[in-house]
Design a protein around this ligand. Structure first.
Ligand code: G3P
Length: 217
């Protein structure tokens, strides 16, 4: 399973990248706004840190302008995945950009039918939003399972990039289902390490190290 980091915070990306946990990065207009930086400049900096796919989202709503924006975004670096919304125009733009050999991430997916359309339009990644479905009392994980089943039924190569991940439990559930990629904020990825028995066990070991005077270097 690949881990993408869902942020435009360059320092946070660099820190996680040192641990080998970063297979890619996803950004969106809200994350770019939060960074307070120019989209082209911050995306270029992220691409200089991470060698895996870096998703950068278009701003237009019509296919023609989305394609023009996508072509400009891919000039930033060879690892840009152009992110387009799951609209009819987004699918048209996906078809054009993927036929040109560019990676395309189709975002804002909330149904299995939408995911089916994105795969047929040649998407490299489909981004179903788990947390936002859970927010309205629907089952985000059921959507991941449905897309996995449908893509496997027909051998679609589009990768399931589970997005809007809010908890470490979302990540393990995605891993059980077989999502290809998860994208999560740095804090959620870091939360995966926490277990009370690890803390308790380490406390005992440290006490024994101290009382026995165990020393290695
Ligand atoms: O990248 C898009 C997605 O991960 C957004 O997450 O928490 O704003 O629903 P959230």
């Amino acid at each position: 399973m690949k881990f993408f980091v869902d942020t435009a915070d360059v320092a946070a990306i660099a820190e996680l990248n040192e641990t080998g946990m970063v297979d890619g990065v996803t950004t969106n207009p809200s994350l770019i706004k939060k960074s307070g930086r120019d989209i082209l400049e911050v995306t270029r900096e992220i691409c200089s840190i991470v060698s895996g796919p870096v998703s950068a989202e278009v701003t237009a709503t019509d296919a023609e302008t989305m394609v023009a924006e996508g072509r400009k975004l891919v000039e930033i670096a060879g690892n840009i995945a152009v992110k387009v919304p799951l609209t009819w125009d987004g699918l048209k733009a996906c078809k054009v950009l993927s036929a040109e050999g560019h990676m395309v991430n189709v975002t804002l997916c909330f149904s299995a039918n939408q995911a089916l359309l994105a795969a047929k339009a040649g998407a490299t990644f489909i981004s179903p939003f788990i947390g936002r479905l859970d927010d309205i009392n629907l089952d985000g994980m059921e959507l991941i399972q449905d897309i996995r089943t449908i893509y496997d039924n027909y051998g679609f190569e589009t990768q399931i990039l589970a997005a809007s991940i809010r908890t470490a439990n979302h990540i393990v559930d995605c891993a059980r289902i077989g999502a290809d990629v998860i994208t999560a904020p740095p804090a959620v990825i870091k939360a995966m390490v926490t277990h009370p028995l690890t803390d308790k066990g380490l406390e005992v070991f440290l006490a024994d190290i101290k009382s026995a005077g165990i020393k290695i270097v």
